[in-house]
Design a protein. Structure first.
Length: 222
């Protein structure tokens, strides 16, 4: 059995999340970022790609520079809770058993719990805690639905899923970008916020270096 854990009380963080980060916040953020890079290189690379994409998506959605920075920093640390669960839960070649899945589902809460220990990083907690919630309310850890999910978390959810799909995992090969675009688009309104999907696709499709006929076909679907 996995120990029950309490979802942190994030109400004060929700109130403060749009305040500019302080120098102390930058220092603590850098320490945790370096810890992640040192402990798990591929998780770190994934986080950087998600952060770049999440910042672009946030800017297209009209978020302020401060909010875009918050989204980028939260994206860097979104999976930091995975450093606190057994590594074979996410670096495995086969399907997860029940206990493994319970452990995986703890990582947003564990990550938020790490950040809650640092007052200066309170503004990153909501995005980290809720990045696996779903637009239709079927996500975790709390089953929040629609606009009740902080926008920063909704942005990271889309960028995280796209990056996970387009990169090899131990247990499966990467999807093509075309297939991943279609997959993201197919889940707009169920798994993902449709507005976030539109913003995400508008920059990823625009920056695609060499559009192929298949990609144009996907663009036509949007
Ligand atoms: Fe995650």
């Amino acid at each position: 059995m996995v120990d029950a854990i309490t979802v942190p009380d994030i109400a004060p963080r929700l109130e403060n999340q749009h305040l500019p980060p302080t120098p102390a916040a930058d220092q603590v953020f850098a320490s945790l970022r370096n810890w992640l890079a040192y402990r798990h290189h591929s998780l770190w690379l994934h986080a950087v790609r998600v952060a770049i994409s999440a910042r672009k998506t946030a800017a297209i959605l009209g978020l302020s520079a401060t909010q875009c920075r918050t989204v980028g920093q939260a994206a860097i640390l979104h999976d930091i809770g995975k450093l606190l669960i057994p590594r074979n839960c996410f670096d495995r070649s086969g399907p997860l058993d029940g206990l493994g899945w319970q452990n995986i589902q703890r990582h947003p809460v564990l990550g938020a719990d790490v950040l809650c220990r640092y007052e200066a990083l309170g503004h990153l907690v909501p995005a980290v805690l809720f990045h696996h919630e779903r637009w239709d309310g079927r996500g975790y850890p709390q089953g929040l639905k629609g606009d009740a999910i902080p926008l920063e978390a909704r942005i990271i959810a889309v960028c995280d899923s796209f990056d996970a799909m387009t990169n090899d995992r131990v247990y499966r090969n990467a999807l093509s970008q075309r297939a991943a675009y279609a997959e993201i688009n197919a889940h707009a309104g169920t798994q993902f916020d449709p507005n976030v999907v539109s913003a995400f696709l508008s920059h990823t499709l625009r920056t695609e270096r060499r559009p192929t006929p298949n990609l144009r076909h996907v663009s036509h679907m949007l």
